[in-house]
Every structure is written in structure tokens, then in C-alpha cells.
Write a protein that binds this ligand. Sequence first.
Ligand code: BTN
Length: 259
Amino acid sequence: MKENKLSKASISTNLKTKYIGQRIIYYPKLVSTMDTSLLKVRQRVPQGTVIVTSEQTGGRGRLKRVWLSPKGNLTLSIILYPHAKYLPALIMVASLAVVHCIRAITDLNAEIKWPNDVLINDKKVCGILIESGLLGNTVDYSIIGIGLNVNLKLHDIIKIKSSATSLSDELGEEVSLVDTAQCLLSNVESSYLALLAGEPIYEEWRDRLISLGHMVSITSGNIIYEGIAESVANDGSLLLRHPDGSTTKVVAGDVSQRF
Ligand code: BTN
């Protein structure tokens, strides 16, 4: 296994990207890479700047959840300044990049649970949080936060061990954090460039969703919707068909799936 210690130098050396990760800001420990990214956005750091840390003390998940980020995991945020028309597709860019990276690094098959959780064998291996700032109708910034369970030993974490997994738990051996970080950044860049070039990333994202055709229950704000996840639109929204035949379009939410 190659270098396992994250640093600006280890990630930058031989990183094959044009702009994602061309500026890496590494911290041994942070509260949250999302908060630090926001401070960097205020300084107008270049697009593609990556904030990465070995440990978060206040990692944030979607729907105000806590994201456990002990050492051994990959936790980073990527700063972009996209056009508003690309905003809905960023969840697709990020989740496809993670799936491709996992396949390249481990040969494991990962799947996407709507909208952007990445699972291996039905357990969550990666969470993605995208926070964007708007100025009127234009996007001021988007921060893509990715938390990938690389070398987490789930056996020791009672709270999430039944629903989460890590690359090392799946493989039975540790995985290089540096290789994983580089591979992830390359894949985010290629998925993002594909989006900008008008390539059909929506189709691949849709085809990799495990939620479609299944009975799901979705928490969106204070509302819980139940029904069959019928289809997704190219803006990322999910069409849910209820038992009485009516439908709801859900823009973002948290899905629990019943097979
Ligand atoms: C989720 O599944 O709820 C999303 C989890 C996102 C976690 C990542 S780790 C890097 C970045 N920093 C954070 O505080 N959160 C995101």
C-alpha cells in the first residue's frame, strides 16, 4: 500500500487534475471542512480549492445530522463557483465520482441511494453534503463536502455499525488514504467537466440509483412521504407514487428504503 498519511504534499504529488485540488489546504484537525471552506470562499480562493483534514470534531451531515469523522477517514470539501444551471447536477457529479473512485481503488461495486448516499452491500460508505450560496439568481459558491469511510473500524462504533461500512471493513485490509483522495479528486473533476461539456451524467446517475421501484419513506423538512420511488428527473428530484395513486415530487430528503 502506498503512502497513507494525508498532507498537502502527499495529495499534490502526481495529482493528475487540471484545477480540482490544484490548491490543497490541509489541516490535521478541523471542526468541519464545510465551515473552513466558507471562510476560504470569503477570501475568493480559486475554483477547485480543496480543504482536507485528517479528523473533524464537528463534522456535519445532511438534515443537521452529525457526521462522525475520526482519523482514518477521508473528509474533504471542494470549492466551486458554478453557473446556477449546474447546481441540481452537483449531487450527481459528486456521487458518481465517489462510485467510480471506489471501483478504481478497491474494485468494489458501490451504489447510490437517492439523492446522494453511496452504499456498499446496502450499508452507507460515503455521505455527501452540498452547500451553496446564492446572490439573487446567481450562484456565489458551492461547497461539495465528501465524507468517505476509508479505514473506519465500524465494529467499534455501536451507533452506526449496523447501517454503515468502510472500504477497509469491506476489503479486510487498510486502503491508502492518499490514493483514495487523489482518485476522488480526479473523478470529481472528470464528472464535473463532463457536466460542463453537456455529457449525459444524469442517465448514469439514474441507472445507478438503488431506490427506484422500491417502497421508500422520505423525510423532507418536517414531512414524511411514503410511496414507491417511481422515477427521477434530470434536476435530481424524485417522483414518489403514493398508495392512493397520487404523486409527490420531492426535491431533497432523506430516504429510508424498504425492499
Ligand atoms: C450525510 O450523509 O449526511 C452527508 C455527510 C457529509 C460529511 C462530509 S465530511 C466532509 C464535509 N465536512 C462536513 O462537516 N461534512 C462533510
